[in-house]
Design a protein around this ligand. Structure first.
Ligand SMILES: C[S@@+](CC[C@H](N)C(=O)[O-])C[C@H]1O[C@@H](n2cnc3c(N)ncnc32)[C@H](O)[C@@H]1O
Length: 399
């Protein structure tokens, strides 16, 4: 089927499987975030408010996150398994041991869509699948087969609520985001977070005229032959008794001489440079350490555990009343990390439009798909309230 590359911001109303197949061109998307139903076996009641509280009309609706093994699922399952793909074979194996149940029906629904999402992703693209532990282990199997295990980057754990009182088990208060890239070439802009007061007190305990600092070793474990074991001031890392090699902080060398000159400096020249600039101290045995100043640090690179993005508070301005609405800060982090300005972002389960809001704010182009009319109305009013964007005029709206 021929699809056109869509370059204008577009909101699609309808089922994402058909819309992906009809409209979204192969290898046309830079970043996909999807937050599908989780197979929670819940029905959601939706009490909605417009983003500007003036228009606080409320509507009560419901959508279901239950997945009976229907006639349609049986047909889709049969179609997947006759294709003789790895994903089809995986589903066949799972169904043969688990039977035709809700979880398997959910996986058939997801597999079909993940196959399409893999198709539309550019070779340099990234995908984040938001789920929880109900099905994350099964979804990872499907993604590993589509992308290859080696393209799995992270299983991010987002602490979505402070505490959950679950009787007779530990509180279930985190979601998972499975992060994959299509190849080894992809955008990744690291995010740096402020250090915690506890970490600062424990680590940056020294102070001199230049500022607060901590001492960092200039070597890393493992013996390495050649320049990274060169002797300097009588010290050779491989002979240290612990089998190490030189490991010199790149960023400070770049600051001192620039990235181009840094490339041609030898290890010994770099060590001399650090000493002349007053960055080194020596132990009694002559082992050098590096003074890492707090004011020269970018912060703590974000790790796999995301516990700093809080749930949307009940009175928060961004709250629209959509039950599965995600915080804007979560989408901003993903988009900032894994895309550049002007890139095209796709959210095929876009709910009340958090991804579209974040993409618009950060200067990215966006495509959103949502099947629930109530949610589509919320997206439209959100885009208008925040950016004065109107459907058909400022972005395409296709049903
Ligand atoms: C978990 S919510 C997404 C919430 C969203 N991340 C936000 O912040 O608002 C999942 C959404 O997917 C929609 N949905 C479910 N199946 C769909 C399908 N086949 N095609 C399009 N949308 C679908 C649901 O209506 C629901 O709004």
């Amino acid at each position: 089927m021929m699809q056109q590359v869509i370059s204008k911001n577009t909101l699609f109303g309808g089922d994402n499987l058909a819309l992906l197949r009809q409209h979204i061109a192969t290898e046309s998307i830079d970043l996909i975030y999807l937050d599908p139903p989780f197979n929670s076996k819940r029905n959601y009641n939706v009490l909605c408010k417009g983003e500007d509280r003036q228009d606080a009309s409320s509507t009560l609706k419901a959508f279901k996150d239950t997945w009976p093994w229907s006639y349609e699922i049986e047909e889709q399952y049969q179609a997947l398994t006759v294709q003789d793909t790895k994903v089809g074979t995986l589903l066949q194996a799972l169904v043969s041991v688990k039977g035709r149940n809700q979880m398997m029906a959910y996986l058939v629904m997801m597999a079909l869509r993940l196959i399409e999402l893999y198709r539309v992703l550019k070779p340099t693209g990234s995908l984040y699948l938001h789920c929880d532990t109900t099905a994350s282990h099964y979804l990872k199997l499907i993604l590993d087969l589509l992308f290859g295990e080696e393209r799995f980057q992270n299983e991010l754990i987002w602490k979505r609520t402070h505490a959950h009182n679950d009787p007779q088990r530990f509180g279930h208060n985190t979601d998972r985001l499975l992060f994959y890239t299509k190849s080894t070439t992809f955008t990744f802009n690291p995010i740096f977070l402020p250090y915690t007061a506890k970490y600062l007190t424990a680590s940056f305990r020294n102070q001199d005229a230049r500022g607060r600092y901590r001492l960092v070793v200039l070597t890393a474990p493992g013996i390495s032959e050649g320049a990274s074991d060169n002797e300097w001031k009588g010290y050779r890392p491989s002979k240290s008794g612990q089998g190490r090699h030189w490991s010199i902080p790149k960023r400070i060398i770049h600051t001192l001489v620039g990235a181009e000159k840094a490339k041609i400096l030898s290890i010994v020249e770099k060590l001399n440079l650090l000493e002349q600039a007053g960055y080194l101290v020596f132990s009694k045995n002559g082992v050098p350490s590096f003074k890492q100043y707090l004011h020269e640090m970018e912060g703590m690179p974000a790790q796999e555990l995301w516990d700093d993005i809080t749930p949307i508070a009940s009175q928060a301005n961004e709250r629209l009343g959509y039950p599965t609405q995600k915080p804007l800060a979560l989408l901003e982090r993903i988009i900032q990390t894994s895309s550049k300005e002007g890139d095209l972002i796709l959210d095929p389960f876009c709910g009340c439009g958090t991804t579209l809001h974040a993409a618009q704010q950060l200067g990215r182009a966006w495509l959103g798909i949502e099947k629930l009319p109530l949610a589509i109305e919320l997206i439209k009013s959100r885009l208008y309230a925040r950016f004065k964007l109107e459907a058909e005029k400022d972005y395409d709206f296709l049903v």
